[in-house]
Ligand binder design. Structure first.
Ligand code: ADP
Ligand code: MG
Length: 729
C-alpha cells in the first residue's frame, strides 16, 4: 500500500509483526550454536586450503609485525582469498575504506576477467593490495588540487577481509587505508594505525623499563557500546527532517515520554528483538563478537555492545555494526537512527568507547594486579591517563565535536563538553593519599596493603558508576562516554592514543632518570603516579557532571568548555595544542589543516541543510496546518454569530493560534535572513555565526512549531508526531 497520510502510516506501523530471518541450521533443521558459524564470512588464512604451512607461518609473523609481506606471498595470498571468495559465491571485490566523511566507502570490481577471450575469475596481488578509487569527490579539505586529486587505497592486512551478503549476490570486502600520492592520510584509519603503532612502541618501552623485559608490543583495546533509535519506516518517510538531516527539527513531547524511565532494561518488544537477533546473526557471520543488547533510557532507543577487540579492528567493526543496524532495520520495516539527538527533549545517543591497553600476552595494563609492583605500575598509568586528559583536554574535546554531538554534550543527559576524568571514590582516595604521602585506609581501619590482592579486589567491589562523566574509570579500563553515536571511533581514539603516548613518552624519560639516580623501579612508579596526579588533579571530578555547579566549578579550575563544534575544532589551528599529534607523527601538520577544513565545511553544510529543511517544513506543513485550523475556527465563530450564539473557546483558540502563526511567520523569516547574513560572512565566520546566532533562532522557531502542534487537532496535523514515532511499533 502506498502510504500518503499520517493515519495510514499509524495503521501500518501498528499492524506490523516480528519478521523471521534465516537462522543458521544443521541439516536436520536445528539451530546451530553461534560458535559453529561465527566468522564464516571472514577470511582466515590459517584455515585456507590454498596456502602452505610455511606461508601460514610467515603470515602469522606479518600479523605480529615481525616481518613485512613479500611479493611472492602476496600472490599466494590473493589466490587463496580468491578461491575462498568464489567458494562463498562472491562475484565482486571492493576496497573498503573510511574517508573523512566519517562513514565508509567502497568501489566494487568484478572478479570477471578474460584470458584468450575466455571468461575467468581473477584477483591479482596488486588488486588486493592497492586500488585507485575515483577519489576526487571525497572530502580533502582543499589539500589537493583537482589534477592530483587521486588518492589510492592500500590493503590493511591487520584487519580481516570479509564477505558481505545481499539478496542477489556476495561481495568480498578488503579493509584498506586511503592515502594521497604524497602519502597524506585522507582517511580515518591511517592515523589510527599510526597512533596504535606509536603507543605500542612507547608503552612497551614503559613495560620493559619497569620490569617486564619481554614485552614487545602493546595493543590498544576498544569496546564500543552503540546506541540507536528505531522508528517505523512509514513515519520516517513522512518527516523530511529525518530523511534529510537524521533528526527531527521540531516535535512536541508526548505526555508520556521518558519521564517514567520504564523503558530502560525493560523487556524488549518482540518486533525489535527479532530485528536485534538478525543483526547479531549477521555480525557473528562477520566475526563481530556482539555481546549485550538492551533497551536504552529513551523510548524507542536501544543499545548493542560487542566484546572489546584491538582498536583498529574495533573501529572497523563498529562501522560494520552501524551499517548492519541500518540495513537490517529496513528489512524489519524500521529505520535506524544513529544521530546523536534525533528527538529534542529526549535522551540522545552516544557511543561509549571503552579503552585500555594490553601487552602481547594479553595482560590488561589498567587492571590492578596481585602484587605491589603491578599495583604501582597501575597507579602510575592512572596518573599518566589523568595527565593526558588534563594536558590535551581541548584536543580530545575537538575529537568528539560534531554538529550532532553539540545537541547532546551538556544537554542534561550526556557528559558535558568539559573534559574531566572520573576515578571513583576509592581510586581517587588512593591517589590523594599518595600525593599527601598518607597511608590510605579503605574502611577507616585497615591501611591499604598494596602487597596483597587488596587493590584489585577493592576496585572491583567499589568502582562506583558515574554516568555523568565524559571519561570514567570502570574497574580495569576507561570509558570514553562523550563520543557521539554516529562517530567513526578511529578519529577520537587516534587522538586519545597520541595523548597517552605523549605523557607516557615523558614518563619513560623520567623513569630512566629516577632509576639512574638510584631509585628502584617501584619508587620511580610511585613518583610518576604522584607527579602526574598532583599536576592533573583539576581534571579529576567525581561529582554530577550534568549539574550547573560543575560548569561553574570547572571554570574556576581553568577547564575549558567548548560548547559548540566551531569553538571546539578551532583547536586544530592552534599548533601549541596539536603539537603532540605532529611530533608523534600520528598526524602531519597538513593533515590537521585538511581535517579542520573538512570539519568546518561539514558543520556549515549540515546546519545549512537543517535550516533549509526547517523553513520548508514550516512553510509547507506547520503554517498550512495552523491556517487550516484557523479557517475552521473562524468559520465556526461566524456561523455561531449568525445564529446569535456566543462561545469563548473558539475565539480563544483562534486568538492564540493567530499569535503563534504570526510569530512563527516572523520567526522563520528571521531565521532565513540570519542564515543569509551568516553565509555572507564567509567560511569560519559563517560557522560561528551559525552556532551563535542562527541556531538559537532555529530553536525559537522549533518551539513555536511545538506550541502550534499542541494547539492544532490531530486531524489537522499531517506530520508524524513524537508519540507516533516513539510509541507505535
Ligand atoms: P556498561 O554498559 O556497564 O558500560 P557493557 O558490558 O555494556 O558495560 O560494555 C562494556 C564494554 O567494555 C564492552 O564492550 C567490553 O567488551 C568493553 N571492555 C571490557 N574490558 C575492556 C578492555 N580491557 N579494553 C577495552 N574495552 C573493554
Ligand atoms: Mg558503558
Amino acid at each position: 500500500m502506498s502510504i500518503t497520510t499520517r493515519n495510514q502510516a499509524k495503521l501500518l506501523a501498528a499492524s506490523r509483526t516480528p519478521q523471521m530471518c534465516n537462522i543458521p541450521t544443521n541439516p536436520q533443521g536445528k539451530f546451530l550454536p553461534v560458535s559453529q558459524y561465527y566468522g564464516e564470512n571472514v577470511f582466515d588464512f590459517r584455515l585456507s586450503k590454498n596456502l602452505s604451512q610455511s606461508e601460514k607461518n610467515e603470515l602469522q609473523e606479518i600479523q605480529e609485525h615481525k616481518i613485512t609481506l613479500s611479493e611472492k606471498l602476496a600472490k599466494s595470498y590473493a589466490h587463496a582469498v580468491l578461491e575462498w571468495a568464489l567458494e562463498k559465491g562472491a562475484t565482486h571485490f571492493c576496497h573498503w575504506f573510511q574517508p573523512l566523511t566519517g562513514s565508509t566507502a567502497e568501489k566494487h570490481d568484478a572478479f570477471l576477467s578474460f584470458e584468450k577471450n575466455n571468461p575467468v575469475e581473477k584477483l591479482s596481488a596488486s588488486q588486493l593490495m592497492q586500488g585507485e578509487p575515483d577519489a576526487s569527490s571525497f572530502p580533502n579539505g582543499g589539500s589537493r588540487s583537482t589534477f592530483e586529486a587521486r588518492g589510492y587505497t592500500s590493503w590493511d592486512l591487520t584487519s580481516p577481509i570479509f564477505i558481505k551478503e545481499n539478496e542477489n549476490g556476495r561481495t568480498l570486502f578488503i579493509p584498506t587505508a586511503f592515502v594521497s600520492y604524497h602519502g597524506e592520510a585522507l582517511d580515518i584509519k591511517t592515523p589510527l594505525l599510526r597512533s596504535i603503532t606509536k603507543l605500542s612502541e612507547t608503552a612497551s618501552e614503559f613495560c620493559r623499563i619497569t620490569g617486564s623485559s619481554n614485552v614487545k608490543r602493546v595493543n590498544t583495546t576498544c569496546g564500543c557500546e552503540q546506541e540507536y533509535f528505531l522508528i517505523d519506516k512509514a513515519f520516517y518517510h513522512q518527516r523530511s527532517d529525518l530523511v534529510m538531516t537524521g533528526r527531527s527539527l521540531f516535535g512536541s513531547l508526548s505526555a508520556k515520554n521518558q519521564q517514567l524511565e520504564d523503558h530502560y532494561f525493560g523487556s524488549i518488544p518482540a518486533r525489535v528483538l527479532s530485528f536485534m537477533q538478525e543483526v547479531e546473526i549477521e555480525l557473528y557471520r562477520l566475526g563481530i563478537p556482539a555481546k549485550t543488547r538492551h533497551n536504552e533510557v529513551a523510548p524507542g532507543q536501544f543499545e548493542i555492545a560487542p566484546i572489546f577487540e584491538e582498536a583498529n579492528i574495533a573501529a572497523d567493526h563498529n562501522q560494520l555494526v552501524m551499517t548492519t543496524i541500518r540495513e537490517v532495520a529496513i528489512k524489519h520495516d524500521f529505520v535506524a537512527i544513529l544521530h546523536e539527538k534525533p528527538f529534542a527533549g529526549i535522551n540522545g545517543s552516544g557511543k561509549h568507547v571503552n579503552w585500555s591497553m594490553s601487552d602481547d600476552e594479553g595482560k590488561n595494563l589498567l587492571e590492578p594486579g596481585t602484587n605491589p609492583h603491578e599495583n604501582y605500575r597501575f597507579l602510575a598509568l592512572v596518573g599518566v591517563v589523568c595527565e593526558a586528559l588534563f594536558r590535551h583536554a581541548d584536543t580530545i574535546r575537538m575529537g568528539i565535536a560534531t554538529h550532532g554531538n553539540d545537541h547532546r554534550l551538556g544537554a542534561n543527559e550526556a557528559p558535558p563538553s568539559i573534559i574531566s576524568v572520573f576515578l571513583g571514590e576509592t581510586l581517587t582516595n588512593i591517589m590523594e593519599s599518595l600525593i599527601s604521602n598518607a597511608a590510605y585506609k579503605p574502611n577507616g581501619k585497615i591501611v591499604l596493603d598494596l602487597g596483597a590482592n587488596q587493590l584489585a579486589q577493592l576496585l572491583k567491589d567499589t568502582t562506583d558508576r558515574n554516568r555523568t562523566s565524559p571519561f570514567a574509570f570502570t574497574g580495569n579500563k576507561f570509558e570514553f562516554r562523550a563520543v557521539g553515536s554516529s562517530a567513526a571511533v578511529g578519529w577520537p581514539v587516534s587522538i586519545l592514543n597520541a595523548a597517552i603516548d605523549d605523557i607516557l613518552g615523558e614518563t619513560n624519560t623520567l623513569i630512566k632518570e629516577y632509576i639512574a639516580s638510584g631509585k628502584t623501579i617501584d619508587e620511580s612508579l610511585i613518583m610518576i603516579a604522584q607527579k602526574w596526579y598532583k599536576n592533573a588533579r583539576n581534571v579529576v571530578f567525581g561529582g554530577d557532571g550534568y549539574s550547573e555547579e560543575w560548569v561553574k566549578e570547572a571554570k574556576s579550575r581553568g577547564l575549558n568548555n567548548f560548547r559548540t563544534m566551531p569553538e571546539a575544532i578551532a583547536v586544530l589551528k592552534d599548533e601549541s595544542k596539536t603539537k603532540f599529534l605532529t611530533t608523534s607523527n600520528v598526524y602531519h601538520q597538513s593533515e590537521l589543516k585538511t581535517r579542520y577544513n573538512v570539519l568546518l565545511e561539514r558543520y556549515i553544510t549540515h546546519r545549512k541543510i537543517e535550516f533549509q529543511v526547517l523553513s520548508e517544513m514550516i512553510r509547507k506543513n506547520v503554517l498550512p496546518s495552523a491556517i487550516r485550523y484557523k479557517q475552521q475556527l473562524a468559520q465556526i465563530i461566524l456561523e455561531q454569530k449568525e445564529i446569535g450564539f456566543e462561545s469563548v473557546v473558539e475565539k480563544t483558540y483562534l486568538k492564540d493560534l493567530n499569535i503563534l502563526t504570526e510569530n512563527l511567520y516572523t520567526s522563520v523569516n528571521n531565521l532565513e535572513s540570519a542564515l543569509e547574513a551568516a553565509k555572507a560572512a564567509g567560511h569560519e565566520k559563517t560557522a560561528f555565526k551559525i552556532a551563535q546566532e542562527v541556531m538559537p533562532l532555529s530553536v525559537a522557531a522549533a518551539n513555536l512549531c511545538n506550541e502550534i502542534e499542541d494547539l492544532v487537532p490531530e486531524s489537522h496535523w499531517d506530520l508524524p508526531t513524537y508519540f507516533d514515532m516513539l510509541f507505535i511499533r
